[in-house]
Design a protein around this ligand. Structure first.
Ligand SMILES: [Ca+2]
Length: 495
């Protein structure tokens, strides 16, 4: 039995305040994960391009919990996803590149919920199985998710492939992929809501991640490049491409907003809206020309890359009023928060913290700092960094020393770098102390990327990434030499 003895190291921090409330039935958990949706691209955060166009998310923000300082621990796909499922930092999981394989023996989200009697399901983009982006992920590498309609990684939204259950047959979602995936999630809700067992469902859309021009045509027509309002920190040389890419980016966002509406309607009809923890978030953001970083990029430490939307609704416990939590929530904090909120134990190997004690408590957790990191670049050129986001400041270091310090209260666009500026020595020192404290908690010392590559024994491709292929049947000779790599698999390739 996999989980025997697992909870012996439980941290005693369950703090839902349930003792004051009648014991609730175990809630369902529906975790809706978008891809590359930055926090700034939401109407409820004031994006002028979306005002009045995303009614479902706006309502969710008005009637539930808005974690207004949610950040991605390592703003790219695989590192985020591994951290989400394990509650650990990328420097602990070893999952700091895309296309690594998360070890099958990892104890993760679905297994923890199933231990308490939950059903589990995963629909959409996975990106935790390594190198074969179009490959079948066998059940033993699905980290405990039983109902399965998923694919490692594709953003071909108008011809989105997936695998279902134990079948190795490649299937194609009909029409625009995220619509079809959402329909499937709705079918699941209709089927399993009346069953009496609580369920954990992850619905992981690939959008609004590029390609942007493949968003539904009727929604593309609602934006024109000339009318797009760019952020004031978009550099001149990026304006044209940012306008062009934004049209499709926002069109995908409108599509996903309508999906959220359909999902919530189905939850209402199935009678599970009250007793379900519904989360809407994303794995990381999108630079879209801000700070001179071209559209389609992330992994860098600026807010457009790091900040993600994070809305949560759980009416049975929190009612249907607006609650803003400005204590930062980091990726490793999500799993313990969900477990705690559902009244389940939080195992000791989890490095994040439950944010439940801070919900609805004004000022609570305001000294929290979320540690962000880029252990090694792989999507384009980028420096290694460590940094913290607090509810007010961002402080980031590269290997050369302090990189930037911004005060978001007066400079939300991160245009005025206070690092090394006269008059800010004390603030910088305080932020440095917070960063050191967070790194210590995570057991990390900031070393050059080669240190971690050697530690985990990874063999990189010519672009400094973990090599992968899309189609197994590809005739390219290079494909044959690609090997699966991951924190467990690396050992056999070590000298
Ligand atoms: Ca991603």
């Amino acid at each position: 039995m996999l989980l025997i003895g697992l909870f012996s190291g439980c941290k005693n921090r369950s703090t839902t305040g349930r003792d004051q409330k009648p014991l609730l039935e175990k809630p369902n958990v529906i975790y809706v994960l978008a891809d590359q949706w930055r926090a700034q691209a939401t109407s409820y955060n004031g994006d002028p391009n979306l005002v009045g166009k995303t009614p479902n998310l706006d309502a969710m923000a008005r009637q539930g919990i808005n974690f207004s300082n949610a950040v991605s621990v390592c703003p790219v796909c695989t590192p985020y996803r591994a951290s989400l499922l394990t509650g650990q930092y990328p420097t602990t999981t070893g999952m700091f590149f895309n296309d690594l394989q998360l070890p099958a023996k990892s104890v993760t989200m679905a297994e923890l919920f199933k231990e308490s009697g939950y059903l589990s399901s995963y629909i959409g983009k996975w990106h935790l199985d390594g190198m074969g982006r179009g490959d079948f992920t066998p059940p033993e590498r699905r980290q405990g998710f039983d109902y399965w309609k998923a694919l490692e990684c594709s953003h071909e939204y108008q011809h989105l492939i997936y695998y279902e259950g134990d079948s190795k047959e490649q299937k194609v979602w009909e029409g625009y992929g995220p619509y079809a995936e959402t329909e499937d999630a709705i079918s699941y809700i209709r089927k399993y809501a009346p069953g009496g067992k609580p369920f954990l469902m992850v619905l992981a859309w690939g959008a609004p991640h590029f390609p942007h021009h493949t968003a539904p045509a009727n929604l593309m027509r609602r934006f024109t490049p000339e009318d797009i309002v760019l952020r004031d920190n978009v550099s001149k040389d990026m304006e044209e491409s940012a306008r062009k890419e934004s049209v499709g980016y926002y069109a995908h966002i409108l599509a996903l907003d309508s999906c959220m509406g359909l999902l919530q309607k189905a939850m209402d009809e199935a009678g599970i809206s009250q007793n379900t923890i519904l989360v809407f978030t994303s794995d990381h953001g999108e630079m879209m020309g801000s700070q001179g970083v071209r559209p389609r990029q992330k992994q860098v430490p600026w807010a457009e890359s790091v900040r993600v939307p994070f809305l949560l609704s759980y009416p049975a416990l929190y009612g249907k009023k607006s609650i803003i939590v400005d204590a930062p929530i980091n990726t490793p904090d999500i799993l313990p928060t969900l477990l705690d909120m559902a009244g389940l134990p939080v195992p000791g190997f989890i490095e994040g913290e439950s944010l439940v004690p801070f919900i609805g408590q004004e000022g609570a957790g305001e000294d929290r700092a979320a540690l962000i990191m880029n252990v090694s670049h792989f999507a384009g050129k980028g420096k290694e960094y460590r940094g913290i986001y607090t509810n007010r400041y961002a402080y980031v270091k590269s290997l050369e020393g302090p990189w930037f310090l911004y005060d978001h209260q007066i400079d939300p666009l991160q245009m005025d770098n206070l690092a090394g500026k006269p008059g800010y020595e004390n603030l910088q020192e305080k932020m440095e102390g917070l960063l050191q404290k967070e790194m210590e908690k995570a057991g990390d010392v900031f070393m050059p990327r080669q240190h971690y590559i050697d530690k985990w024994g990874y063999k990189l491709g010519e672009y400094g990434n973990i090599p992968y292929y899309f189609h197994k049947a590809s005739t390219s000779g290079a494909d044959q030499e690609i090997i699966f790599q991951g924190p467990e698999l690396n050992k056999k390739y070590r000298k």
